[in-house]
Structure formats: structure tokens, C-alpha cells
Design a protein around this ligand. Structure first.
Ligand SMILES: C[S@@+](CC[C@H](N)C(=O)[O-])C[C@H]1O[C@@H](n2cnc3c(N)ncnc32)[C@H](O)[C@@H]1O
Length: 276
């Protein structure tokens, strides 16, 4: 099947295999935001990002031996933590060949290759059989999807009835000021994002795809520090970034990370739901 889509899988891979490798070198193996309890929380990036993974693991509530789909697996770090903690079998998918290779190597190194496997698959067009997973998560991958509704319908198809879903995602929060719009437009233009979702869109789309027991938490305030810390890290790699994208663009990427941290319109949610 051929699907007309924008961003195309190759655009997403270009981001992660290009500037993403530089961001990752300073951020660590979790390619997602961190969660801090409050302004006084001095947790490191590693602790704060693993904490968000642990929130996803507890929201998913998967049981030992169950089969879990990881939609947008990055380099596999969250999936391996899930496999280890919950004793489940994870199948991770990504549209970056580099990430798939890194994730399978990390699984082998962790002695979890029999519990976690990673493959190149587009979430917009999955060929897994119906009802072949007990649970699924999309950990900060939905913002890249050209059609989130289509992905939710695909996830609903491959989940068995009663199967759990957890999502963490970068979202847009209204009302959006002109300055906020600039930040959101920058995110879309530079990180292979067609549009950011909203809490209302998620509620509607989850219901339309037969999900029940939907619980959504806006955790923007707990995650806001992420892009400011990322800017500090990436700034230490400025020359490498400039080599890749040019001086002006490198400075702009860093500047907008700081602006995103301060923009209330640049939000973050975590949600859980059950396939009815
Ligand atoms: C921000 S990273 C999150 C990675 C990982 N979940 C984590 O938390 O470390 C987004 C991930 O979504 C994946 N992704 C984006 N679009 C995708 C698609 N259409 N199908 C499958 N994976 C996709 C990217 O390749 C990347 O692995």
C-alpha cells in the first residue's frame, strides 16, 4: 500500500539521524522529555526522563508475559526498561534504520534480546495481525504522525479487546498568542511535525476509535524544563550542530528550545486508555 504522507518517514529519520544524534549525545538514551515534581526538584536529566518512563510503565499496567507494541521506539531505552520492569515482551517500531539497529544492539547488550525486538515499520501502515498485542504505547512519537487518527485506529486494530494504551506527547495548548504560534510553527517546521495534537483532539479521536476509560493529564509544568536543559546541552556541541545545519540555523534551533521552555502553548500530556 502506498500512502501519501507528510512528514514522510524519511523526513522523520533525517531529523533523528541528523540533529537528533547531536541532541542525543548530550541528553542521553531517552529520546523524550523529563518529569520534575516541582521547581525545587533537582533531579538529573537521566532521573527525570526515566521517571516519565516509569509513569508510562505504571499507566500501561502490563502483566508479565504480555506482548506490548512500542510505537516509535527511539533507541530502545524505554522499551528495555519496560521489558525488565514488567516482564513483558516488547516489539518496538521506528522509521529510522539507525535507531532500529541501536535498539537491537542495546537489547542484546542488556541480555533482553529474547524479550525485546525492534524493527523498521511505519506506524501509519502496520502489518501486524488484528488483536495481536495486549498493550501498546506511543512514547512521544504521535507528534510526528501525519494522521494521528489513522495511527490510533491502527493501534486499536492490533490491540486485543481490553488492551491498554499509554501515550506521552508534545501538544499545543490554547489560547495561542502570536509569540506562542511562532514557537509552535518552528517546532513543526524543524522536527518533522505536520501539526501538534491537543487534549480535545485526543479525547475525540480516542472515543472515535473505541477507547474507553480515558485518563489524560496535562503535565506541561512538570516537563517544561526539558527544552531549556536540552538547549544548554546542545550549546556545548554548537560547532558540530553548525557543521550540520549552518551557524544561523544552529543558533536559531537553540534559541527556540529556550523559547519553547517558556511558552505555555508548547505543552505535554500523558494519557491512558483501554480498548473497549
Ligand atoms: C521523540 S522520539 C521518542 C523515542 C522513544 N519512544 C523514547 O521515548 O525514547 C520519536 C520516535 O518516533 C518515531 N516515529 C516517528 N514517526 C514514526 C512513524 N510514522 N512510524 C514509526 N515510528 C515513528 C521516531 O523514529 C522516533 O523513534
Amino acid at each position: 500500500m502506498t500512502i501519501e504522507q507528510s512528514p514522510a518517514p524519511g523526513d522523520v529519520a533525517d531529523v533523528y539521524d541528523g540533529i537528533g544524534q547531536i541532541y542525543g549525545s548530550t541528553w542521553g538514551p531517552n529520546y523524550h522529555y523529563g518529569y520534575w515534581d516541582d521547581d525545587d526538584d533537582q533531579s538529573s536529566i537521566e532521573v527525570a526522563t526515566d521517571r516519565l518512563t516509569d509513569m508510562m510503565i505504571s499507566g500501561l499496567a502490563a502483566q508479565p508475559g504480555q506482548r506490548v507494541l512500542d510505537v516509535g521506539c527511539g533507541c530502545g531505552h524505554p522499551a528495555l526498561r519496560l521489558a525488565r520492569t514488567a516482564g513483558v515482551h516488547v516489539v518496538g517500531i521506528s522509521v529510522s534504520h539507525v535507531q532500529v539497529q541501536q535498539a537491537n544492539e542495546a537489547a542484546a547488550e542488556a541480555g533482553l534480546a529474547d524479550q525485546a525486538t525492534f524493527q523498521f515499520t511505519d506506524a501509519m501502515d502496520m502489518s501486524f495481525p488484528d488483536a495481536s498485542f495486549d498493550a501498546a504505547w506511543a512514547f512521544e512519537s504521535m507528534w510526528h504522525m501525519p494522521d494521528r487518527g489513522r495511527v490510533l485506529s491502527e493501534i486499536a486494530r492490533v490491540l486485543r479487546p481490553g488492551g491498554r494504551l499509554a501515550i506521552a506527547d508534545v501538544i499545543e495548548r490554547g489560547p495561542v498568542s502570536p509569540e506562542g504560534r511562532e514557537v509552535l510553527d518552528h517546532i513543526c517546521a524543524n522536527y518533522a511535525v505536520k501539526s501538534l495534537g491537543t487534549i480535545d483532539e485526543y479525547r475525540e479521536s480516542l472515543a472515535a476509535n473505541g477507547f474507553v476509560d480515558v485518563e489524560i493529564r496535562d503535565i506541561t509544568d512538570n516537563c517544561a524544563r526539558t527544552t531549556a536543559l536540552m538547549a544548554d546541552g546542545v550549546e556545548t556541541q554548537f560547532d558540530k550542530l553548525a557543521e550540520l545545519v549552518g551557524q544561523e540555523q544552529a543558533a536559531s534551533l537553540i534559541d527556540y528550545m529556550r523559547r519553547a521552555a517558556a511558552a505555555p502553548e508548547s505543552g505535554y500530556l500523558i494519557l491512558t486508555a483501554t480498548k473497549g
